[in-house]
Write a protein that binds this ligand. Structure first.
Ligand code: ZN
Length: 489
């Protein structure tokens, strides 16, 4: 066995254990009994300890010194292992374990406080989380920008300053579009109740239509939809609201986008360092392409309108054109995950500025609620009415996911680029999509991007797929054309 082979064999077991850790997380969010939370935190902490020990194993440095990659794929494997090893070596084992245990418990505290609208009850926990993440960020940054060090976990190669520049470029056009749209008459929404069984049936059909491989996946219910796993076990969750079937349908399509990426990666990469989505931004570009650019297109909503009429009967919308407008209704709500395409990125920008200030120590946890509410009023024109509609709405900060939010908007930006390139390559696309045939579109994404996994750097894989330099331009052009058309502005 060469050093490279030894390293890859060792890595394969680490990746397998990481998948097990992920499945414990999936279980916690779907079927775990309520009384098991304390024990589960300990189980996850123990497994994270094992993973940390493996990822910082001194043999890795020795193998990396001697390893010679046999080909370009091997080079990419070594690059990923080096990156991960360097990162893990910088964080003391005790801190890593404390973070894992704290985050697992903090999530439960957050859920309880959110249900009770209890900001004061959550603050001590959040203070602890922020303190630990600041310590981790400083260990990782080694004198550099601590927020950049956290962003690098989710979007390798990207910095907070680059994100800020991108947001600055987007903001004026988004705000102007928002003003034009809100000044016009709003289209009609759905009326009536949509039974659970019907929603679940259409949700499963949507997963199939968008190419979800059921032989290597399953759908369950969760409070917050997510996808989990990679390789040959990629599971998704969705949720049902009887008055709002779009919540279920578009959550499903979104998570299928994430899952299709993982399922679409070259099977030869399974349980290796490049056998998963290359970054959160690229991941989100897949879910957003599926959900918005394709799923909320005029072509696809025509098909969905027909299916919904077959399953639910009348629901107050006369035709496919009205249905397309209902799907894409713009309204300034409080909740990010329910936001339309015009408002969504404004929600992200608010969180980005606040969390960046928190990690850099320019904002303290005690001032967070005030800062959130002031900013929300300025950006959205309404006052936050309760904490679950404000700073308690997202799970991310309780899990220590600082640096994650901006990747949602980066995903939208990449989706704008990818679908622009896809449409140039596939001129007859809308005709097929209108018949509920997404195979050409999902096949294009699989071939151009998904199958590569972590073979290329995040921005590079998007650039290769598009054959142009990614920027926010295509997304903004798409939003202005789409919502300008719907609202006649
Ligand atoms: Zn997503």
């Amino acid at each position: 066995m060469s050093a490279f082979d030894d390293l890859m064999a060792f890595q394969r077991q680490t990746e397998a254990l990481a998948q097990v850790a992920g499945r414990l997380g999936w279980d916690q969010e779907t079927v775990m009994p309520e009384g098991s939370a304390g024990q589960r935190a300990e189980e996850i902490g123990a497994l994270e300890g094992v993973l940390h020990a493996r990822r910082t194993d001194p043999r890795i440095a020795e193998w990396l010194d001697k390893a010679k990659a046999p080909d370009a794929v091997g080079e990419a494997q070594l690059r990923q292992i080096r990156r991960m090893h360097k990162r893990m070596s910088k964080v003391p084992a005790k801190l890593a374990e404390e973070i894992a245990t704290t985050m697992s418990l903090a999530q439960g505290v957050w859920a309880e406080c959110r249900a009770k609208e209890d900001v004061a009850g959550f603050l001590p926990t959040l203070r602890k989380v922020v303190g630990l993440k600041r310590a981790e960020a400083e260990a990782l940054a080694e004198g550099g920008d601590p927020y950049d060090a956290l962003v690098d976990d989710y979007e390798p190669g990207m910095t907070g300053a680059e994100m800020a520049a991108m947001f600055d470029a987007m903001r004026p056009r988004l705000v102007a579009l928002r003003e034009r749209v809100l000044g016009a008459a709003a289209p009609k929404g759905l009326v009536g109740s949509f039974d659970r069984a019907g929603q679940e049936a259409i949700s499963r059909e949507l997963a199939t239509v968008f190419g979800y491989d059921w032989s290597r996946g399953r759908i369950d219910m969760a409070v917050h939809p997510f996808s989990s796993g990679s390789g040959h076990d990629v599971r998704i969750t969705t949720r049902v609201s009887e008055t709002d079937p779009f919540n279920c349908f578009y959550s499903t399509i979104h998570e299928v986008g994430h899952a299709a990426y993982e399922q679409g990666i070259n099977p030869a990469y399974a349980l290796t360092p490049i056998g998963q989505g290359v970054s959160m931004g690229v991941h989100e570009s897949q879910s957003r392409s599926y959900e918005n650019q394709l799923g909320r297109s005029r072509a696809f909503t025509g098909w969905l309108f027909t299916r919904m009429r077959e399953v639910f009967g009348e629901f107050g919308i006369a035709d496919a054109e009205g249905f397309y407008k209902a799907v894409n209704r713009v309204h300034p709500g409080y909740i990010r995950t329910e936001a339309d395409e015009v408002h969504y990125n404004l929600h992200v920008m608010l969180r980005f500025d606040l969390e960046r200030a928190l990690i850099k120590g320019k904002l303290e946890v005690s001032g967070l609620e005030d800062a959130w509410n002031t900013r929300f009023r300025a950006d959205f024109g309404v006052a936050v009415d309760r904490p679950s509609n404000g700073m308690l709405q997202d799970v991310h900060w309780s899990c220590g996911l600082f640096g994650y939010f901006p990747t949602y908007t980066l995903g939208n930006v990449y989706a704008g680029c990818l679908v622009k390139a896809m449409r140039a390559d596939l001129p007859g696309l809308d005709g097929r999509v209108a018949k509920g045939d997404l195979s050409e579109a999902t096949g294009w994404l699989r071939d151009k991007l998904q199958r590569h996994g972590g073979l290329y750097e995040p921005r590079d894989v998007v650039r290769r797929a598009c054959r142009f330099e990614p920027s926010e331009g295509p997304l903004l052009d798409y939003l202005e054309a789409k919502f300008g058309g719907i609202y006649g502005v």
